[in-house]
Design a protein. Structure first.
Length: 309
């Protein structure tokens, strides 16, 4: 076989090229991949939320590793990969604090009307605008976390610092200092604020359903820093328009980039462009982890951060 090729799966990964090439590796891009390079691809460096269909992976006969720069890997069929001798790695926990910070920023921006207040001031208005009627404070409110992994735990710690009562739900019980609800629906019913921070997979697609959304209710807030697939986005939008949900603050969407027109007439929303996990601190750590996994794999050594089986 010719010299091994490391393939970048998306244009957003172009910053990874330099450290890979500095390590003496030959880098190709999925969107310009030649037939010769297709045969030589040993590694894909990947942004985990982007689908990598098995049909495409089968066209790379010597592929052995998918190194996700991201923490998430929902675009990769891990069981299929493992069954076909392809290892999958990710940046486990490396941006958890940054995502949790962003989640709490979304809570504050929405619950305390900070984003709305900014718009009103820029429009020439002030606090006598009816949209700025006093609302509830945070202390003593109930915050539920869907998914108590590294991000969910970091959210819970921050929420406690604001005086919030914290509970959580996930499909697998674990030892934690916060109570676990008996179901996602019960967590939603008992929460003023529901923060979605779980790992996305086929089992929780649209798990935040119309029923869960309505359980949070007309005075409640849903924050999503996980993946857009976890929420029934059509049901969320309908509930916001009808007043069956009080507000929503989203960093992730069912389709990305999300169409601006989709949100033009949706009230009580704070939206950010899937930016929670990307800081000048976390991105170098995630890139370095992916590059190290590539190095280890090509050297025939165990990878550093495999996706858990």
């Amino acid at each position: 076989m010719s010299e091994p090729v490391v393939m970048l799966s998306h244009e957003m990964l172009s910053p990874v090229r330099q450290p890979l090439e500095a390590g003496g590796l030959r880098v190709a891009e999925r969107w310009t991949l030649s037939d010769a390079d297709r045969q030589a691809v040993r590694v894909i460096v990947h942004a985990g939320e982007i689908p990598l269909p098995p049909e495409f992976l089968q066209s790379l006969p010597n592929l052995g590793l998918i190194a996700c720069v991201s923490v998430g890997y929902d675009g990769v069929d891990v069981p299929w990969c493992r069954a076909h001798g392809i290892e999958v790695t990710h940046a486990k926990g490396l941006n958890a604090d940054d995502v949790a910070d962003h989640a709490m920023g979304l809570v504050l921006a929405s619950w305390r009307k900070i984003a709305l207040g900014d718009r009103i001031v820029r429009e020439g208005g002030w606090r006598d605008d009816p949209r700025m009627r006093p609302g509830p404070g945070l202390k003593g409110r109930r915050l539920g976390v869907m998914g108590l992994g590294a991000i969910g735990e970091a959210v819970a710690v921050r929420a406690e610092a604001f005086g919030l009562q914290v509970a959580w739900w996930g499909p697998n019980p674990k030892s934690a200092r916060w109570p676990r609800a008996e179901s996602l629906l019960k967590l939603a019913q008992d929460s003023d604020i529901l923060v979605v921070a779980c790992r996305a997979d086929a089992s929780n697609r649209e798990a935040v359903s119309r029923e869960v959304i309505e359980a949070v209710g007309p005075k409640g807030l849903i924050v999503n820093v996980a993946r857009g697939s976890v929420i029934d986005e059509d049901a969320l939008i309908a509930a916001l328009k009808d007043g069956r949900l009080g507000r929503a603050a989203l960093d992730v969407f069912a389709e990305e980039p999300t169409p601006a027109a989709r949100w033009a007439d949706v009230p009580n929303t704070v939206l950010t462009p899937h930016s929670a996990g990307g800081t000048v601190d976390s991105i170098p750590r995630m890139v370095a982890q992916a590059v190290e996994n590539v190095r280890l794999f090509l050297a025939g050594e165990p990878v550093a951060s495999p996706v858990a089986a």
